[in-house]
Design a protein around this ligand. Sequence first.
Ligand SMILES: C[S@@+](CC[C@H](N)C(=O)[O-])C[C@H]1O[C@@H](n2cnc3c(N)ncnc32)[C@H](O)[C@@H]1O
Length: 313
Amino acid sequence: MAQLDPNLPNFNRRGDDKMALGHTPSTRSAELVAGARAALLNTEETMALSKMSGRIVARILSDMDRKSNILWFFPARMMAIEALTKRHFPEDKPGMLLVDVAAGFSPRGLHMAKNYPQAQVIEIDLPEVVAEKKKRLEHAHIAIPANMSWLEADLGKVNLHDILEGRKADLITSEGLTLYLTKDENARLFQQASSSLKPGGVYMAEVYFREKLARLRQNPNVNAVASFVLRMVGSVPGMMPSLDFVTQLMFEAGLDQIAEHPVTDMMDEIGQPKPVEIISIMVARKPTLAMRSEMQRVQEVVAVEREATDLVS
Ligand SMILES: C[S@@+](CC[C@H](N)C(=O)[O-])C[C@H]1O[C@@H](n2cnc3c(N)ncnc32)[C@H](O)[C@@H]1O
């Protein structure tokens, strides 16, 4: 039995590798997501970025769910973030910086770099994941766009601001990450994203909702898949108790204009099949100076009105 390092979050602690997907819940989930994307999308990139074991596990789970197509939410969430990126950044402009944290084996960074050739795209993940991703791309002869690069870092230990050497991003995305973090770790993630965005910059985070999962698990086929996946990836403390909870965490991190985009609605908009209803993409903005002073003005007006009401009563 491998040793557990008490200083690491559960998500990155080493354990057994029973399905050849990796020793930590973090790598196992990255491989499962990559396998599901490859099994369902079957593109050159998704095939190159996945392992045979990930594709096999994804196929077994697809058989288990008896046509509820539960794994479709993995490709769907990627497409939802891509559609929202296009909506918020309709034009390719020089000087833009687009950052994907905990990028894993997703091809979304490659897509961004191709869609925004004048922008710089940076993916961040643990050193071993970045090295493995580069190896897989090279092995499959997938061309790496010139505007794409990687940074290797343990975001639990190093600040995003330091990893980016103070550079501020127009867009920061995190997909498949919040689920595995505790409330404090998510608060830290949102703060890090907020402090590394340009004023007016956009943060997109994919989140899961506890109540929606509980409702879905009433279906025995979905429940069988969910139990298998949860056993495989370990604890999921970042399952959000409510929309208010995640909105509050983002607001406290200094983000504003916080909006929820359920992935089911996004798929309707882009004409793709709907996944099971469990995840949303939260989109928030780092306020500009003008927005910040407007927010302060509103807060002052509210305070004066409250004082006046207190005086009258
Ligand atoms: C579930 S995977 C999601 C990967 C990718 N975003 C996707 O959707 O396919 C979570 C990713 O978080 C990365 N990760 C976990 N802990 C991290 C940390 N402390 N620093 C950097 N990356 C981390 C893992 O290596 C893994 O690639």
